[in-house]
Write a protein that binds this ligand. Structure first.
Ligand code: FAD
Length: 329
């Protein structure tokens, strides 16, 4: 208890932001506002990568996102860079940074230290993930947490102890997989596992990227039937290039590439600009449909580049729709 008070006292005087779960739920109640927009980045691989990334983030800041998220390397090497990038976004921009935190390979003490660092620096939302074990590793040798559900429960308790959001704790996001997760072919079980994360304390869900909105709509309806009531943020990635799409097919295993999209990409052939245009047009069409279906949020996987995603947002006039979304109070 004494320790919790010390941590609270040391917190820096950042403006209190609205709880992200509440901000997204408010979107659900007011379709007029349109979806909350957010962007995902990964930490730069080299020192030289920081300046261009910050220029990119500044460009996105002008679009008034509800938050930006920063990925976390389950492998270990880039973890400190995630913390550094998150804290820098917090210090130098007006955007709410949301760190991803994977639990695989972490002890409870590791996670406690990370949460304290974030709490002290006014970072009040966490995307809680399991991560994937390194190839060949055994699950039981991979730290104190078996699943994201365990991490959610731990963050909930620690956030309250640290006095985050006035003692309510961190706002917590979790991952959802509209087209399934490779480890759980039984889709009924998968929804039960998602529900378990929400019951453990998750405030919202961000989905794996998808190109087929029908799959998303159907899964969203199945979430409702499974009594999953938290806001769902749809993950969108404009196809950047053929090689980028192939990498994504590996990373986001199970994601369906609709024939209509593949046909258009085939037509574009080796013309990189034409491929990019197909990617932008497809993502724009997906987003218009998501807006029409009153999604609470759209999360763009940016690959640390602004041009393509910005064009999709501009085509949708999302900056204007989103300008009242500044969630600082
Ligand atoms: P969990 O919810 O723990 O689920 C993992 C598997 O276990 C699923 O198949 C689930 O159905 C199954 N399961 C859950 N509970 C049970 C149970 N009780 N019994 C049996 N099976 C169960 N990875 C990174 O390394 N870094 C990142 O920054 C990152 N960011 C991501 C962001 C988003 C939006 C998404 C969608 C994924 C991200 N990932 C990231 C990838 C993610 O870590 C992997 O997809 C991982 O395999 C699943 O993570 P999870 O949090 O959904 O795990």
């Amino acid at each position: 208890m004494r320790h919790a008070r010390m941590v609270r006292a040391a917190r820096l005087p950042y403006l209190e932001a609205m709880h992200l779960g509440d901000a997204l739920s408010a979107r659900a109640r007011s379709a007029r506002q349109g979806p909350a927009i957010s962007f995902e980045f990964f930490p730069p691989k080299t020192e030289a990568g920081w300046a261009p990334l910050f220029r990119t983030i500044a460009e996105f800041e002008a679009l008034a996102p509800a938050f930006v998220s920063v990925t976390y390397g389950a492998g270990g090497t880039t973890r400190d860079k995630t913390h550094a990038l998150v804290l820098r976004i917090r210090r130098e921009t007006s955007i709410e940074p949301v760190p991803h935190l994977t639990c695989i390979g972490h002890t409870k003490d590791d996670v406690r230290r990370i949460l304290e660092l974030y709490a002290m620096n006014g970072v009040e939302t966490i995307l809680a993930l399991r991560g994937d074990p390194p190839v060949g590793a055994k699950f039981h040798s991979l730290g104190d947490f078996e699943r994201a559900e365990d991490l959610v429960r731990f963050i909930r308790v620690e956030g309250a102890r640290l006095g985050v959001h006035g003692g309510r704790g961190f706002a917590i996001g979790v991952a959802g997989f509209p087209e399934g997760h490779p480890e759980t072919p039984n889709t009924l079980h998968q929804l039960e596992h998602l529900k378990a994360k929400v019951d453990a304390g998750a405030d919202y869900i961000v989905t794996q990227l998808f190109f087929d909105n029908n799959a998303f709509h159907d899964w969203r309806e199945r979430c409702t039937l499974a009594h999953i009531r938290v806001p769902i943020v749809a993950g969108i990635m404009p196809v950047p290039s053929i090689s980028g799409m192939q990498r994504m097919a590996d990373l986001a295993a199970g994601t369906r590439f609709p024939a209509a999209l593949l046909r258009q990409l085939e037509h574009a052939g080796n013309d990189k600009v034409a491929v990019e245009e197909v990617g932008i047009a497809w993502a724009e069409q997906q987003c218009r449909d998501l807006v029409a279906h009153d999604v609470e949020g759209i999360h763009f996987y940016t690959l640390n580049k602004s041009d393509v995603t910005k064009r999709v947002c501009q085509a949708l006039e999302l900056p204007r729709a989103n300008s009242s979304a500044n969630i600082k109070v």
